[in-house]
Design a protein around this ligand. Structure first.
Ligand code: PA5
Length: 447
């Protein structure tokens, strides 16, 4: 059953009748190139049929290891950055209770910043709890997770002894290459493989995401089932039947009219990290060769009290997709007070969801009136199945969108620039020449 729906019918003031039909040939061409694996980046298309290929055996191997970790740990520390972190964080926030104290086990994240205070506070917090670690890096060499893992590994070995620590550490990395694979072999860590043909930001449905998501108690079979369902409504060569193609086409039409930023607006805090995941997926896939739609995320109604003014009245280069959850897990109503001293009895008995819906409708209509092309993406509920549909929809849409923009959506050459500079400035062997050039330029930008 389809659990997510994209609707662009409110775009009529911004997209003329027939414009979407005109996009059909290019959507068809992009779809063909993708499905026949003949377009740019075609060696990174493993994610396309990953849901169908993830059989019961794979799911049960992951669930088995997850169960073992759940039986001995109150806390799983997940070490990773970018695609090796955001999908798991998004899945947990989407499906689980709002506060970590209500989650069993807790999944904490490290290696996505370079910050001693954060790590010190985390280790202080877990000192009386049973801990397990999942270190995730496709390349096995990314600095942020690698240095965090050094600290956490040392802490684990001190606390549990080398052998027991090793039994509590799971590595997820390339099947053969990289420092993490080598380390896992040497230390005897259990290890999962990240397929060669799946890039980091498309890897949530590999063990990168599936293992920690399973440890968090989320039904990964349902997640995959959702993705399989999405394959059906995100395929085909017409924007009438391919929902991902339609969304990609709308974005492309708007981008060519000067709407260069897409705001993904949510009205439920559980969607915040889906947005963060989408921002990476979209920005890293499309932002290259001097082009690309800038992805931004806003959390309403919170951000209506900060960036609401800009959205209503600022520079008109923004279009908005309202990603809305139709059903929350709980329902609360505004209580009635006989004295009505705060004048709120007119809302008594009305649910927060009802009030939130009016906030959403009021905002969308105001933004349309303010010149922001707006569409909706409705999500049935917070189930793993809905999430699977959503993640696959975005993956397919961004791939098509990249092809429509004439970029390779599966590489990320720009990410290397800062890394090279950082290695040079840190004195890594092989970067000596660059270090010389950069050292004079850093004088005025020291912390
Ligand atoms: O999408 C990508 O490939 C990147 O953003 C990676 O996810 C990120 O850099 C982490 O890389 P790795 O898993 O190799 O440590």
């Amino acid at each position: 059953m389809q659990n997510i729906w994209y609707n662009d019918k409110f775009m009529s003031g911004f997209i003329n009748p027939g414009e979407l039909d005109c996009c059909n040939p290019s959507v068809a061409q992009a779809e063909k190139a993708l499905m026949s694996k003949s377009g740019p980046g075609n060696d990174f298309l493993g994610w396309l049929d990953l849901p169908q290929k993830t059989g019961k055996d794979v799911i049960s191997a992951i669930n088995g290891k997850a169960q073992e970790i759940r039986s001995k740990a109150d806390v799983l520390i997940c070490i990773g950055i970018g695609g090796s972190y955001l999908g798991t964080k998004a899945a947990i926030e989407f499906t689980s209770p709002s506060f970590e104290d209500l989650r069993k086990p807790r999944v904490l994240f490290a290696g996505n910043t370079i910050n001693s205070d954060y790590l010190a506070d985390m280790l202080e917090m877990v000192k009386d709890r049973e801990v397990a670690v999942n270190v995730i890096s496709k390349s096995g060499t990314t600095t942020e997770p690698a240095i965090a893992f050094r600290v956490i590994r040392q802490w684990m070995e001190k606390r549990y002894g080398k052998k027991e620590a090793a039994s509590r550490i799971v590595a997820t990395t390339d099947p053969a290459k990289g420092a993490l694979r080598k380390l896992a072999k040497e230390e005897g860590y259990a290890a999962f493989e990240i397929p060669d043909d799946v890039g980091g930001r498309f890897s949530v449905m590999t063990p990168v995401g599936l293992f920690p998501i399973a440890v968090a108690g989320i039904d990964i079979a349902k997640l995959i089932e959702g993705a399989v369902t999405a394959c059906d409504f995100c395929k085909g060569e017409s924007v009438e039947t391919n929902m991902a193609g339609r969304y990609a086409a709308v974005r492309n039409i708007l981008f060519r009219k000067g709407y260069t930023t897409e705001v993904m607006a949510t009205f439920q805090p559980q969607l915040h990290f889906v947005n963060e995941w989408w921002k990476q997926l979209s920005g890293e896939s499309e932002g290259k060769n001097g082009t690309g739609i800038m992805p931004a995320g806003l959390d309403y109604t919170t951000d209506l009290h900060s960036l609401g003014q800009y959205m209503q009245d600022g520079l008109r280069n923004v279009f908005e997709t309202f990603m809305i959850l139709k059903k929350t897990s709980h329902t609360m109503a505004v209580p009635k007070f006989d004295d009505d001293s705060d004048d709120l009895n007119y809302l008594a008995g009305r649910s927060f969801e009802d009030i939130n819906e009016k906030a959403f409708q009021g905002t969308m209509l105001a933004h349309l009136d303010g010149g922001v092309p707006s569409a909706t993406l409705m999500l049935a509920d917070r189930s793993a199945e809905t999430l699977g549909q959503l993640l696959y929809f975005f993956e397919k849409a961004v791939a098509l969108s990249g092809y429509l923009l004439r970029v390779n959506p599966f590489d990320q050459p720009g990410v290397e620039a800062y890394k090279k500079n950082m290695f040079a400035l840190l004195g890594k062997a092989g970067f000596e020449k660059q270090a010389e050039v950069l050292s004079s330029r850093t004088k005025d930008i020291s912390i």
